[in-house]
Design a protein. Sequence first.
Lengths: 91, 483
Amino acid sequence: MEKIQVKICAGTACFVMGAPQIQALEFSAPEDLADKIEVTEVRCMNHCSQGKGYNKGPFVEVNGEVIEEATMEKVVAKIRDLIAKEEEEKC
Amino acid sequence: MLIPKNYANQMRSRILVKVVESFYKDRFESADEIPIEMRPKDYDSSRCCIYKDRAILKYRMMAAMGYTPQEETNEAKQLKDYGKDALKRQNHAKSCLAVIDIACSACVKSQYMVTDACRGCFARPCVMNCPKQAISIVNGRSHINPDLCVSCGKCLEVCPYHAVVKLPVPCEEACPVGAIRKDEHGVEHINEEICISCGKCLQSCPFGAIVERSQLVDVLNLIHNTDKKVVAMLAPAVVGQFPFEINQVVGALKKIGFDDVVEVAAGADITSKNEAAEFIERMKEGANFMTTSCCPAYFRAAEVHIPELKPFVSNTKTPMYYTAEMLKKEQPDCVSVFVGPCLAKRTEAEYDPNVDYVLTFEEIGAMFVGAGVEIGDCEPAQFAKVSSAQGRNYPLSGGVAGAVGNLVEGEVEFRPERIDGLSKENIKLLKKYATKGSENNMIEVMCCEGGCIAGPGCIALAKKAARQVETYVAQGTNQKDMK
Ligand code: SF4
Ligand code: SF4
Ligand code: FES
C-alpha cells in the first residue's frame, strides 16, 4: 500500500495559526498510523491567499484533499477515512 | 512537552492576528464586529452559547490590546474605544496575567468527587474520616458538599472501593509557587505579589481562561504613527520559531517596520563572560555552588519564594540587559523592543530602563500575518553583530551552563547540573541545596522545561525548534576563538 501523503503547510500564516501542533504527527503519530503516512513540511500552498484566506488556516493536504482550520483531530480522522476506503476497495 | 499548544491557546494566536488586522484596516473602528464574525449565529458554541463565547472573545481582544478583564469598569465600553485608548497611551500598561472570570469557574470547586463505584457501604469510612463533615449519604451513595470540602483527600485514602477520585485543577497544579487560587465563588485569581510570571497557568488552562496584557498595539502604534526609530532585539530562541532561515525572519521584521534588528545572542556572550569570571571568583572564595540568573522567572522565584537561595544566585545580568545597554549606547534615541519566548521578560523589562517594550514570538508572528508578510518571500538581512556558538545555545536547557563551562575550563573545577523546569519538586530541591549544600557547583535553572524554546510565547514545536537551534549553534564559532 502506498503511503498516505500528509502535507502540513508551514507558510507564515498557517504556521502562526497553529500548524506546529499538527507537526507533532512527525514525532508521535498514533501507533497504527505511523508507518502508513508520510508527513512533509511544505511552503505556502496559496490556500491562504486564494478565496478562503488565512483565517481558515492552518491548511493541511491529505492525499491532495485540503483540510481547512486543520487540527490534529481532523487530520487523523481524514487519514483513517482514507485507510478505511482503501481497505474496502481491496475486498 | 511535545505539543506546545492546545486549541484553547491556539485561539490566542487567532485573536492576536485579528487585532493586528483590525489595526491596519481602520485603526480598530470596526473591532467590535470581530467577536460576532468569529462566532456567527449558526456556529456550534464551544461553551453554553455563542453569546458567552462572544463575551469571552471581547475579553481576549481587550488583553491583546493591553487591558485585563478586571479593568473593565463600564461594561458598555466598546472594543473600538479600548483600541483607540490603547493608541493614545504613552507608556504600555504594566505587564500582568489575569483570569477571565466568565471563562474560568468551569473547574470544580471541590477537588474530590465520589463516583458511581460507591457502594454506600455500612462502614462509611469517608463520612467518618472527613474532618469537615462534608460528606453525607444521598440516595444510598456518599456525596461531597463542595461548600464544606477543603480538598484534603482523606476520603480518597480511606475508601476501600476506590470510589473517590481527585479532579485536578490544571492551573493550580501547573503553578509552581501557589500564586493562583480560587475565590469563594470558585473563580481563580492570580496573586500578583507572588506570581513569577512564568506563564505555566496560561499554558495549562484547558479553557484558555488566563490572559496576559499585551504590548502589541503599543509597538504597532510606534512603528506606524510616530517617526521614532524602533529596534527589535531578537532572543536566541527565535531560531526555530519560524520554519525559515533566520536572516529571512530579520528581513520580515524590517518589512513590518522595525528600523533595525539586533541579536540578543550577542548579549549572551557578555553574560557568559561575566558569569564565568564571577564563577571563578566565587569558587576561589570557597562558595559551595552558584546558580545562573538569566531566567527572570527563576530569578524572581528565588527572590520571593526561596530567599535562602539568594546568596547563591549569580549577580551577572541577563543577555537582554547587555544587548539593550549596547543598543542604547549606540542609538540613545531609539525605542528598544525585546522579542522573545518569555512572559517573565516583561516583568524584568519593567526594572530595566533600557528595554522599552517586550513582545513574544507569537505576537510578532501575528504581526506578520496581519500585515500580510510571508517570511519566505522576504529578502534575507544580516545581524549587525555576530554571535558565538555558545551564545546561540542559550535557549536550550544546558546551554547557559555550557557557555560558562566553556570559559572556565582549566581555571576551576566545573560540575554542572541542570534544573530543567521549575516545578514544585524542583523548588524543594533548590531549597535543599541552599540549606544543606549541593554536590555540583554550577546549577543552571530554566523555568521552562526544555529551556526557552518551550517558553509560553513560542509557537513552534519545541522538538523541531531545538533541532534548528542545534544547526545554528553548529554554524557558530567558539566564543574562545572570537576576539
Ligand atoms: S507563577 Fe506562573 S503559573 Fe503561577 S500564577 Fe504566575 S504565571 Fe501563573
Ligand atoms: S526558561 Fe526562558 S522562556 Fe522560560 S521563563 Fe525562563 S527565560 Fe523565560
Ligand atoms: S501559509 Fe499555508 S497556505 Fe499560505
